[in-house]
Design a protein around this ligand. Sequence first.
Ligand code: ADP
Length: 438
Amino acid sequence: MKRKINARFVLLTVMSVILTLVLATVAYYELFKKEVLADLRSYTYVLEHAGVFDDMTAVKEYTLSDTDVRITLIDPDGAVRYDSQADAADMDNHENRPEIAEALRSGSGEAIRHSDTIGRNLFYYAARLDNGSILRVGKESGSIWAIFAGILPWIAGIGAGLILIGLVLSHYLTMQLLEPIERMANDMDHLDSMTVYKEMIPFTTKIRKQHEDIIKNAKMRQDFTANVSHELKTPLTAISGYSELIENGMATDADVQRFAGEIHKNSKRLLTLINDIIRLSELDVTEHDLTTQEVDLYEIARTCVDMLQVNGEKHDISISLLGTSCTINANREMMEELVYNLCDNAIRYNNAGGSVKVWVTKADGHTVLSVKDTGIGIPKEDQERIFERFYRVDKSRSKSTGGTGLGLAIVKHIVEQHNAKLEIDSKLGEGTEIRVIF
Ligand code: ADP
């Protein structure tokens, strides 16, 4: 980019220098022409009023061959009576020369003619005298090209100087232009205070946001890895401890039975954890290519409620389904998982004798799934955070009921992928309602 901007500056400088010099030469030549004609007019005026041509015999002896001014006297009929640089008798009729014709007509005339033979321009001024004759004064001068060639060394010198200054200036200008951008690239954390160009604000805002997202993601990943390691460690430590006791013969027969039970329970917990972790990472990967189909959410909820009926009875919790058939375009497996996770929580965080109600309805053109329980409820300050990975309100209750702390994280992921919305209503000690609005 630097090189490109610099090259454009240099091109601009060179072009403007050349253009200026050419135009200046043309302007100078126009001025020069005016000057020469004005001079000729003055000479004519002086000659006319000095009475030089009153006595032609004196004039005829007078030659001006050593100056570049040429004086000609022409009779009203166009015959040349006198010429300071040639023999008048040899010269043809001048009646039709533009400057003479004009002077005969209007009193004065001027003309510039180019002579190919001498390669120079001839300037003429003619005036009608009182006696009707025409007095013409002429002067040779170089053409525009000759003048241009004459000042070419000057032009080249000035041009080169200007271009050199332009080169240095464009180098500094480019650096100055790009310096804030380079500074911004080196310090992403303070983009706001460093943005010099207001046109760059949308760009820096986007970059900053991406930068923050990257940092946030990295932090989340780090936290997640630390949490996973910690979560895996607990059951593994238990398994390792109990099996070591058995191995060393330090357990009685009754203990062996109990230890085996612990080992079984902890390995099951490990499996659930690993399954949930794998599921989360799968959801991360399939973020962009979701395969969807028309599914009846009510049917899915019914299967889930049927499946959890026994589990509910075991904890003295009734579970029922209400609403009507609602078809949505979604991923079936994910919908099953979503309903299952919500119902499972509603049972696990419920009280004996409580109930779980699952609703599938249509409201304002949206399909709504609601899972409402009469359980322990969630404190206001935790309601936002329960969808975070491994976030639990009551860790021991979660663990004792086989929770991994990942169920609602999976729910949130699924909801986001279906462009749906999550709502939560919960009162401590009274119960919780979680709604998914499609
Ligand atoms: P877990 O496996 O621990 O249940 P979740 O991600 O499913 O993990 O839920 C996170 C936390 O949210 C739970 O530990 C629990 O404290 C709280 N929670 C979830 N659902 C309910 C509910 N229906 N009633 C009360 N608390 C709940």
